[in-house]
Design a protein around this ligand. Structure first.
Ligand SMILES: [Zn+2]
Length: 686
């Protein structure tokens, strides 16, 4: 950038605006590299001083000092990685590829630092005499574990290899994500009026908007964003177009050429296995799961397999019903993956007398945001005030000041709801700054990023039911970050085990399905009328509809992920062949595709869910069982249950053992029976 004045780098100055939020209007791509370099230098100096301290180790001069180190790096990284996910460009992508191994090296320099580990190890050995609070003991334990798991106790040549592996994996993960985004950006299906058969008005309107934004006025466009392609597959009566779109969606990361992810995925699987071996674990999955609630791959597999058989058997029954629809219409083809959503929609119409198209006019984005806030006010006494004075990174991004009932501020919440080509697909929650109070209270800045389709100009943006649930899901994560009430950054908010972190988010999804919430917030975008009672009743009775399909598409991905990482020495794994064999071995119905195929499985190759995609199901045991606590109390906002949920879960971060946290909330351990009920399977059948 020619106009970047590096002497005045807003990333390195104190942020003095409201909530000390990043001054996005002044930040340019050219600021990042120098800011990273300066912040890394500071962080290195801070850590070196702790390691070289001649005084004997104490909790304060070692653990607390580590907790205070690297703040400026966190700040720069917080802005950078949020932008590379939600509003990236060529310049940011180039910096991302360049900085990923540098940051991995920095991490290695800390976690493989012998002198530092000796201090932590000494503290751990004399822990009982240190007079630590419960939270401090937990933080010390986590530090010791994190260092050990990174290889702090390993031999020097093993350490060197671990460091090299860490850097390489960071580079590969960045490339993997960028390749998926490139494939998504490169594909656009343009349609004309005569191609729109079956598509409801709301879809036509948003497809017209996408086309005109991409320079094709008077036409309609489908993209590979979930919010565009899923409803297309659900409603388009044109089987040929559905197939073309589905095949492009499925082929992301597997198109040959510069953006093909197969070799990257194979190398990552190989390096992860090598890392695990160097650290003394049987496989990467064993290594990864040792620090989770599940603890072993066996426990995760047991859970996945317990839903697999009933899931497949329900799915096959569903498939028969879909096949009957085809026959009834005189068709003579077998249900294919690009038919399932479309036919399921017809079946729902026939069996429950409603379709998504009927629902959608009642699910306005703005009302659903209000609904998510309302539930938080009823459960946790929070208030939300939109702020228009903050300069954010895109004109569509919004922000709210969040406070407790007594008016005390707790967080800044940023909502970034619409799909755009510069955003990676999916939905997520992230922090610009995490809560902590080591040196006085630091308020969190939390962001939710979605990929919803924007409504036509001047009209409300309408969500599908799945979108509304996603909004609640991510807002559940946001609450976990915003309600966090811990002293130490290491265990703040969502910094918990991967199979526990989906509990607060999935639990929150449950509220939007409740009639009480729909009556209040599902208002027709044109008339303002609430959703008719009859429609709410149909919706409730259709809750378990298509659950076989949903279970199969998710569980197939989770099983492939786990099995891929269970191989102790995958020499030259062909991830696509592996996937095919595994799906055949477990008897996956041909008509159902995996939710995420390996070449574009960002959760496991560029997110934090490697060998841990099972986490969603693990957490579902908790959320299904946990929500029943409210149902048992006879009130979905029961104050006493909400109070325990707040204290033991949403405010607790990683300060407690997760099983103990759940028992504190629920009064007992979770039972998987509720999960089976929720999915409409008979408990304990397989
Ligand atoms: Zn989640």
């Amino acid at each position: 950038m020619t106009n970047t004045n590096l002497d005045e780098n807003p990333l390195l100055e104190p942020w003095t605006g409201p909530f000390e939020a990043p001054p996005f209007d002044r930040i340019e791509p050219g600021h990042f590299r120098p800011a990273f370099d300066a912040a890394l230098k500071d962080a290195r100096r801070e850590v070196d001083a702790i390691a070289a301290n001649p005084a004997p180790p104490t909790f304060a001069n070692t653990i607390e000092a580590l907790e205070r180190s690297g703040r400026s790096l966190d700040r720069v990284g917080g802005v950078f990685f949020n932008l590379t996910g939600a509003a990236t460009n060529d310049e940011l992508q180039a910096i991302e590829r360049e900085i990923a191994p540098v940051l991995a090296r920095h991490r290695n320099d800390i976690y493989l630092n012998e002198a530092l580990f000796k201090r932590i190890d000494a503290l751990k050995a004399e822990e009982d005499g240190l007079g630590l609070s419960a939270e401090q003991a937990r933080v010390l334990e986590r530090y010791h574990l994190n260092f050990t798991r990174a290889g702090a106790g390993a031999q020097p040549d093993a350490k060197a290899r671990l460091a090299a592996i860490g850097e390489r994996l960071a580079t590969l993960a960045a490339e993997f994500g960028q390749n998926v985004l490139a494939d998504e950006k490169a594909w656009l299906m343009l349609l004309d009026e005569e191609d729109l058969e079956g598509l409801p008005d709301f879809y036509r309107a948003s497809a017209a908007r996408i086309a005109s934004e991409r320079g094709h006025p008077e036409r309609f466009a489908v993209t590979l964003s979930r919010s565009s392609i899923e409803p297309f597959l659900q409603f388009s009566a044109r089987r040929d177009l559905r197939e073309a779109a589905f095949r492009a969606w499925e082929a992301r990361g597997e198109n040959g050429g510069a953006t093909d992810n197969r070799a990257i995925a194979a190398e990552m699987v190989r390096l992860r296995a090598e890392r695990a071996r160097l650290l003394g674990y049987e496989s990467y999955a064993h290594y990864r799961l040792a620090d989770t609630m599940a603890k072993t791959p066996g426990a995760a597999l047991d859970l996945l397999e317990s839903v697999w058989a009933p899931g497949v058997s329900s799915a096959l029954k569903e498939q028969e019903a879909l096949q009957a629809i085809i026959a009834g219409e005189g068709g003579n083809f077998k249900v294919a993956p690009w038919d399932w959503r479309y036919l399921a929609e017809k079946r729902r119409k026939a069996e429950f007398d409603f379709d998504e198209g009927e629902l959608k006019p009642y699910l306005q984005l703005d009302r659903m945001i209000e609904a998510a806030f309302y539930a938080a006010s009823r459960l946790f006494g929070l208030g939300f005030e939109e702020r228009f004075d903050l300069k954010l990174y895109d004109p569509d991004v919004r922000a709210w000041a969040v406070s407790r009932r007594d008016g005390s501020p707790i967080a800044l919440f940023i909502g970034d709801y619409f799909a755009r080509p510069s955003k990676r697909s999916g939905a997520w929650m992230s922090n610009f700054r995490a809560q902590q109070k080591l040196d006085g209270l630091q308020l969190p800045i939390v962001v939710n990023v979605m990929n919803f389709a924007k409504g036509a100009e001047g009209e409300a943006s309408l969500l599908s039911l799945a979108d509304a649930r996603t909004l609640f899901h991510e807002f559940g994560h946001a609450l976990h970050g915003m309600l966090s009430d811990v002293t130490y950054p290491l265990i703040s908010g969502t910094r918990v085990a991967g199979d526990f972190v989906e509990f607060p988010s999935q639990l929150y999804e449950q509220w939007i399905k409740e009639p009480e919430m729909l009556r209040r917030f599902a208002l027709h975008y044109k008339t303002g009328e609430p959703m008719p009672e009859a429609l709410i009743a149909k919706l409730t009775s259709a809750r378990r509809f298509n659950q076989g399909w949903a279970t199969v598409e998710y569980t197939a991905s989770a099983l492939v992920d786990l099995k891929l990482h269970l191989d102790p020495s995958p020499a030259d794994v062909d991830v696509v062949a592996f996937e095919r064999q595994e799906l055949a071995r477990i008897g996956t119905p041909d008509a159902i595709a995996m939710r995420h195929r390996a070449p574009h499985f960002q959760h496991i190759f560029s997110g934090g869910y490697s060998a841990a995609y099972y986490s969603y199901l693990w957490s579902e045991v908790l959320d299904a069982d946990g929500f029943e606590a409210f149902e048992e109390a006879g009130d979905i906002f029961d104050a006493e249950v909400a109070h325990r949920l707040h204290d033991f879960v949403y405010a607790a971060g990683g300060s407690r053992d997760y099983d103990a946290a759940y028992r504190g909330f629920r009064g007992r351990s979770p039972s998987p029976a509720a999960l089976f009920r929720k999915r409409g399977f008979e408990a304990g059948r397989e």
